[in-house]
Ligand binder design. Structure first.
Ligand SMILES: [Zn+2]
Length: 201
């Protein structure tokens, strides 16, 4: 068996559709092929992750959006069955799994304060509190992770608070959207959405 033959069998395996002799052949291939073994682990992890999500936390059209513009999945088929018929999409799945891995690493890294934005010169940081002072304007988005965000002034973009708290003073003006992300899955979907928005714009 070569790698090209192994890939659809991996999807079959995860779907529970693989016959015993085929499973054995696939196992034999894994023994020889590190690449496929690694790929399979990523697929398995992604599959487990997607299955473990409460239905409400997955946007209905997520699969379609990930696979963007490709034919719609039949409801009774699992998303993996669909992916199997479109091997190119497997690359996207693996990419998402790898992204997820690096997010987990980022997420676990710290309870360390992180502040991100394109215009931070007016932003004051005191301990774990990030302050946008009254009468000052932050141009663009402001992202704060693992800290308290106190907005007394203006933010022209979006406010994103990850694993932290947000306090808006009556003098604050936020022109964009306010997003609070409290859980790692929320953080993950937030990143996925951010990623997908690049394609929808
Ligand atoms: Zn291989």
């Amino acid at each position: 068996m070569n790698c090209k033959e192994a890939l659809p069998l991996m999807h079959d395996y995860l779907d529970g559709d693989l016959s015993q002799p085929e499973a054995l052949k696939l196992k034999e291939h894994f023994v020889q092929c590190t690449n496929c073994r690694t790929l399979f682990k990523e697929l398995e992890r992604t599959d487990a992750m997607v299955r473990s999500l409460p239905p409400t936390s997955v946007p209905d059209d997520l699969t379609e959006r990930i696979m963007g513009g490709l034919p719609v999945v039949k409801k009774r088929n699992s998303w993996l069955q669909w992916v199997r018929k479109h091997p190119a999409a497997s690359v996207a799945v693996v990419f998402l799994a790898l992204m997820f891995g690096s997010f987990m690493a980022m997420w676990n890294q710290d309870g360390e304060l992180m502040v991100k934005g394109t215009d931070l010169q007016d932003v004051i940081i005191q301990g774990d509190t990030v302050i946008v002072p009254e009468g000052h304007t932050v141009n663009g988005n402001l992202v704060v992770k693992s800290g308290k965000l106190q907005v007394n002034g203006d933010v022209t973009g979006n406010l994103i608070v990850i694993d932290g708290s947000l306090n808006l003073a009556s003098t604050a003006h936020i022109y964009g959207q306010i997003t609070k992300v409290d859980e790692v899955m929320g953080w993950f979907w937030y990143k996925i959405n951010t990623f997908l928005e690049q394609f929808s714009e």
